[in-house]
Every structure is written in C-alpha cells, then in structure tokens.
Design a protein around this ligand. Sequence first.
Ligand code: FES
Ligand code: FES
Length: 158
Amino acid sequence: MTSQEITVALEVNGQTTTVTAMADTPLLLILRNDLQLNGPKYGCGLGECGACTVIIDGVAARSCVFPLAGAVDRQIITLEGLGTRAEPHPVQQAFIDEQAAQCGYCLNGMIMTAKALLDRIPNPSETQIRNELSANLCRCGTHIEILRAVLRAARQTP
Ligand code: FES
Ligand code: FES
C-alpha cells in the first residue's frame, strides 16, 4: 500500500506543532528535520541500535522505525524535553558525574531509555538496568560508566 501525505498535530515536549509529511515518514526525521530536535540520533535506521530513542506515552521507543501516523495523539518526549545545559535532568547529571561518554553518539538512547526505566521502576536492580539497556549499542565500550551513571541516577531519585 502506498503512503499518503498527512497533516497532523504532534505533541512534543509539551508543545503542539503541525507537521505535513508522508504518513510513513519515520518520526526521527520529523523530529530532526522539521522540529530541529537533534537530541535523537540517526544510527542504524533499523530499530537496532537505540541511538534514536524517544519516550512515547512513557515508553522508550525507537523513532527511526516509528511512523509519523502512529505518533498522533501521543505524548512524545525527546532529550530536549529533559533538562538544559544550565539545569540538566538528574539522569543527565549522573552521566556527567560518571563521565559516561566517549564519542557520545549513543548517549541520547542510553539516557532516554534509562529515564523511561526510572520513571517505571525508581530503584531498579543492576540486572534490571543491564536488561533494559542491553539493546542499546555503544561502539566506544563505555558500558561500565553508563551502568554506574544509571545506578547513580537511581540513588538520587527521591
Ligand atoms: S537509529 Fe533507531 S535504532 Fe538505530
Ligand atoms: S560513547 Fe560512543 S557510542 Fe557510546
């Protein structure tokens, strides 16, 4: 079936924006190209690396394989919806404190996936964190620091 152009209202980071694009356009492209939200990264484009993760209705989702049509009437949060450079979200601050970055390309996915986990389970076990992040790839091998950062963020969750 061929896709059709649609005009929809998207709620992203608490703001509603009208977008016109083909119904099957990946949400990632809309976020980056139309809304200039470049927190979510293009990695594999196949739903396999996690670099493009956003939170949709409280659940971590891979925006590179999430069609625009499916994002209507959902609450979308991107990295930009967490904290700012001046006031980082506690999960972002924990990543800074643990120096959990080398190139940083995977961090959007790690942080958004961790945020969704901590919203669901404020005090996850190390095993739960490992399981949650197991499908988020880091080519730099920063896994130990990332794990420490999520554990630190969990300790700081009120
Ligand atoms: S870019 Fe979306 S999962 Fe890799
Ligand atoms: S820090 Fe480079 S991919 Fe994870």
